[in-house]
Design a protein around this ligand. Structure first.
Ligand SMILES: NC(=O)c1ccc[n+]([C@@H]2O[C@H](COP(=O)([O-])OP(=O)(O)OC[C@H]3O[C@@H](n4cnc5c(N)ncnc54)[C@H](OP(=O)(O)O)[C@@H]3O)[C@@H](O)[C@H]2O)c1
Length: 353
């Protein structure tokens, strides 16, 4: 392979210079005492070199990568170990396949691809090439998420889980956006389900099906989507687990902003409320038990520099250093499972907004 790792530093090539790439990159270059891996930004690929240079400059000189006015040069750069893909969903599959064909590892933003078929194609290519690939579902890697799942499923602090509600809404002023915006253009995969609902769905699965190990507990899915100008502006999903009667109500909208307390998990012994600046970024959860005399327990995310993308990045680096091609927290089957649910939801429930 062209990316033999000489030392425990992962050399990243970033594809796209939009919002998410800027967040990811600024996290990568932030100094951290608790880092479990070293990262360096080796290359930036943009639609124009000028845009790429401006992107690096905005980040204040903390990184000095090669800047290319093309993505292909990043894939071909022998100094790049892994490609981070931060471009609209519709282009994820092709970018993944090109990076893999050059023997690069890949971390690709959510949703991993537009549908299951595309994802399977990417995973097949990765398997053949023997490279690491993961969907960048960063929420699963946050210490607060890990702690929450331990308390629910192992410690059973709220007893048997019965129901879970989760919402992700952003009030988007679509009229002010150009028709070419990734948030508006159906050809770019626009719509709330793939953009926001993927997080509500993720929380639903994490809270209700006790984790990836019991993924065989496949839920039934009921859903409805409100479609306007070719994209879903609101989606509601009910997950129903026939084996134990658990239900999840999982919603997304681009019409209104969701409450900071974006999720509620109800069990036989109590309720957990999860909050954060967005459904993707849990910052606190509160456990309220049915025992009226007991105090509410509040759990906060650890204080940190940056946004928290480094948790997934460290996990990826440690997998690659250990020679693994998949990550145990976000394995290929889990990406395929979530995409299959979203394929079904999009095929099923449609009404005009
Ligand atoms: N993990 C999270 O919390 C999170 C948050 C936001 C977005 N995302 C995901 O990240 C991906 C990118 O989202 P974003 O919000 O960063 O988008 P964005 O701000 O619009 O940036 C996307 C970038 O992709 C490149 N691009 C290539 N072809 C494009 C096209 N036809 N139209 C627009 N841009 C194009 C552009 O970079 P160059 O011109 O430099 O090539 C552009 O700056 C999406 O898949 C989204 O779901 C994840």
């Amino acid at each position: 392979m062209s990316h033999e790792l000489q030392k425990s530093t992962l050399r990243w090539g970033i594809i796209g210079t939009g919002l998410i790439s800027s967040w990811f990159l600024s996290d990568m270059v932030a100094p951290r005492a608790d880092a479990t891996a070293n990262h360096t930004i080796q290359a930036i690929g943009s639609s124009s070199e000028e845009k790429g240079r401006a992107f690096v400059q905005r980040l204040g000189g903390a990184a000095t990568p090669s800047v290319y006015g093309s993505y292909d040069k990043v894939y071909a750069d022998p100094e790049v170990d892994i490609v981070y893909i931060g471009i609209p969903h519709a282009f994820h599959k092709d970018a993944c396949l090109k990076a893999i064909s050059h023997g690069k590892h890949v971390l690709c933003e959510k949703p991993f691809t537009l549908n299951t078929k595309e994802a399977q194609e990417v995973f097949n290519a990765a398997k053949e090439k023997g490279v690491f690939v993961m969907e960048a579902m960063w929420t699963r890697f946050m210490p607060l998420t890990v702690q929450l799942l331990q308390l629910i499923h192992q410690d059973k602090v709220i007893g048997d889980v019965h129901r879970l509600f989760c919402d992700f809404g952003l009030a988007m002023d679509l009229d002010s956006l150009p028709a070419t915006s990734r948030l508006k253009d159906p050809a770019l995969g626009a719509g709330t389900l793939l953009d926001l609902g993927v997080y509500s769905l993720t929380w639903g699965l994490l809270g209700l099906d006790e984790g990836i190990a019991s993924a065989a507990l496949t839920p039934q899915v009921f859903s409805a989507q409100s479609i306007s100008e070719g994209i879903d502006v609101a989606t509601s999903v009910v997950l129903h687990y026939p084996q134990n009667g658990r239900q999840g109500i999982l919603t997304s909208t681009m019409k209104t902003k969701s409450d900071p307390v974006f999720a509620r998990i109800e069990g036989s012994k109590g309720t957990i409320f999860i909050e954060g600046i967005a459904t993707s970024v849990p910052r606190r959860f509160t456990v309220v038990t049915n025992d009226a005399a007991a105090e509410r327990q509040v759990y906060d995310a650890p204080a940190k520099v940056g946004k928290g993308f480094f948790y997934e990045a460290d996990a990826v680096a440690n997998d690659i250093f250990a020679g693994r091609v998949e990550n145990a927290t976000m394995p290929w089957d889990e990406t395929l499972r979530v995409l299959a649910l979203m394929d079904g939801i999009r095929a099923r429930g449609v009404c005009q907004a």
